[in-house]
Write a protein that binds this ligand. Structure first.
Ligand code: NAP
Length: 248
């Protein structure tokens, strides 16, 4: 009983921590877009589930794609408009090299090092934003997750009070830091917070808003639909400098 109580207090404290610092409104002065026509896009996390979808769908839409990958042999897509650039988000020099000539960045960065504190997402994103500023790249669309900032609790009770506190506390803490770094940047950012990801086919249908998700059950969306929605954010300003939840 005592263990259960301690766990509950810890889970509630984590929820409060993940919600702290959530931005309610964008700054009015920041809403206008200055982005020029986008033709060259850098995709980070391109060998991951969402990343592969981003690469394939960006090529379908005619973008010149640079896939930023740690291991080029793990991306088995060939296309005349695809350039594969080896690098690591934690290595600033490789990030800045990849950033040259880009018009926008899409990030589906993630990892599986759940059980100890890491800063891969936040430090990697800091490097991306710094290189963007240096190279004059403005638009940044970044996939994070429901369950952070203003969306705390919206991954459902099972994730909020069991999976996140037990399995993902360090990961979500890093994601929260990642979002805060993005929000305080000068980039034209859009944070896309999906529900639980699936590998289902693209339906082209995605529900999106600041209030997506449920406090009771876990909403889902396919990686293909997340990629589709993220690519739309390159040319739409609806969610400019905002965080938006997405589910199928
Ligand atoms: N799983 C879910 O249900 C769920 C729900 C909501 C949100 N999300 C979030 O959505 C995002 C995408 O998830 P996913 O499952 O589609 O992707 P994923 O399969 O986890 O892929 C992550 C990508 O990030 C890359 N990466 C990791 N560390 C890197 C580094 N230091 N430098 C460069 N690249 C690095 C990986 O490269 P390697 O191939 O070299 O490892 C991989 O391409 C993640 O942030 C995840 O947390 C997931």
């Amino acid at each position: 009983m005592t263990i259960l109580l301690v766990f509950l207090v810890y889970a509630i404290a984590l929820v409060i921590g993940l919600a702290r610092g959530a931005r309610r409104k964008p700054l009015a002065a920041q809403v206008a877009s200055t982005t020029r026509q986008i033709s060259q896009v850098l995709i980070v996390g391109a060998t991951g589930g969402t990343g592969r979808q981003l690469v394939a769908q960006a090529l379908e839409r005619g973008y010149e794609v640079t896939a930023f990958v740690r291991n080029p042999s793990s991306l088995k897509i060939e296309h005349p408009k695809l350039r594969i650039m080896p690098g690591d988000v934690l290595d600033y020099a490789s990030v800045e090299t990849a950033m040259r000539g880009q018009d926008a960045v899409l990030s589906a960065l993630g990892h599986k090092q759940f059980f100890y504190p890491t800063r891969i997402l936040s430090d990697g994103t800091k490097n991306l934003l710094k290189a963007m500023e240096t190279q004059g790249v403005t638009r940044f669309v970044c996939e994070t997750s429901l369950g952070i900032g203003s969306s705390v609790g919206r991954l459902g009770i099972y994730y909020t009070f069991l999976i996140i506190p037990l399995v993902l506390p360090f990961y979500f803490w890093d994601k929260r830091r990642q979002e805060q770094i993005i929000e305080s940047s000068t980039a034209e950012w859009v944070i896309v917070r999906p529900g639980l990801l699936t590998n289902a086919a693209r339906r082209g249908l995605c529900r999106h808003s600041h209030a997506i998700g449920s406090f009771l059950w876990t909403v889902r969306i396919s990686r293909a639909d997340v990629a589709d929605f993220m690519l739309k954010q390159l040319s739409e300003d609806t969610y400019l400098r905002k965080s938006v939840g997405a589910c199928g």
